[in-house]
Design a protein around this ligand. Structure first.
Ligand code: SAM
Length: 222
């Protein structure tokens, strides 16, 4: 699967903080490589990097990038999600899987030029709803659900449970912490390495460790 980038336009830091955060988090969870946001927002960048730092993968965020600059010279296909677009089930087979894609989602008014620039204007249903919902459904279909439980080799990994919460630390970090704990003769009040709550199991994931995500991938260009 090639790389998926998101371009979020119309972001207003004072009003759209939560929605744009969720656009980024949802796209990360559903397999995107990173997001461009048109308005500079340092707090948003810090929040998203903090999640990526703890939960792994190599998701990137860059704010203050105009959609014209992000799409100019982009080598893959540009997909604009809009309720006026072609049906998602008809568009999906036409979108190449061996090229990167950049998915544009709006906030309020989307300029006419975006429709013209897009290689595909795609609707996720013909009712107005939300950029988060549209993006999540599109990504889940585009990736055929493969991203949902993919291992991101994060410092923390959540293990699915019928009940309770299980969070496992990466074994490399566990070993480092264990060595450090031994040196400090188990400092009091330290956090447990394996958190168990409720009646959830405490199974540990078979981490592969090593690099976080694929190496040598392109980084945000703009
Ligand atoms: N009237 C606005 C416009 O000019 O497109 C819609 C704004 S809507 C609140 C915010 C974004 O959600 C849109 O720009 C689009 O990316 C996405 N969106 C909302 N409904 C959608 C649908 N049915 N299909 C695809 N995308 C949708």
């Amino acid at each position: 699967m090639s790389d998926i980038w998101i371009m979020r336009i119309g972001h207003r830091p004072e009003r759209d903080k939560r929605v744009t955060t969720h656009v980024a988090l949802s796209s990360r969870a559903l397999g995107a490589r990173g997001i461009y946001v048109d308005t500079y927002d340092e707090v948003l960048e810090q929040n998203i990097r903090s999640v990526a730092e703890r939960f792994g993968g190599d998701y990137e965020i860059k704010t203050g990038v105009r959609w014209q600059d992000a799409t100019r010279g982009f080598k893959g296909k540009v997909v604009h999600l809009t309720m006026y677009g072609e049906r998602v089930d008809e568009a999906l087979p036409k979108i190449p899987r061996d090229e990167d894609i950049m998915i544009i989602v709006g906030a309020e008014k989307v300029p006419r030029e975006v429709y013209d620039r897009a290689d595909f204007n795609v609707s996720v249903g013909n009712q107005p709803h939300s950029e988060i919902a549209a993006l999540a459904i599109f990504l889940d279909r585009f990736t055929e659900g493969k991203a949902l439980y993919s291992d991101r080799h994060g410092k923390l990994t959540v293990v699915p449970n019928e009940r309770g919460k299980t969070v496992v630390e990466n074994p490399d970090r566990r070993r480092m912490r264990a060595a450090s704990h031994r040196r400090r003769l188990q400092a009091p009040g330290g956090r447990p390495l394996l958190h168990r709550e409720g009646r959830g199991g405490g199974d540990r994931l078979p981490h592969r460790g090593g690099r976080h995500g694929p190496g040598g991938r392109r980084r945000l260009a703009a």
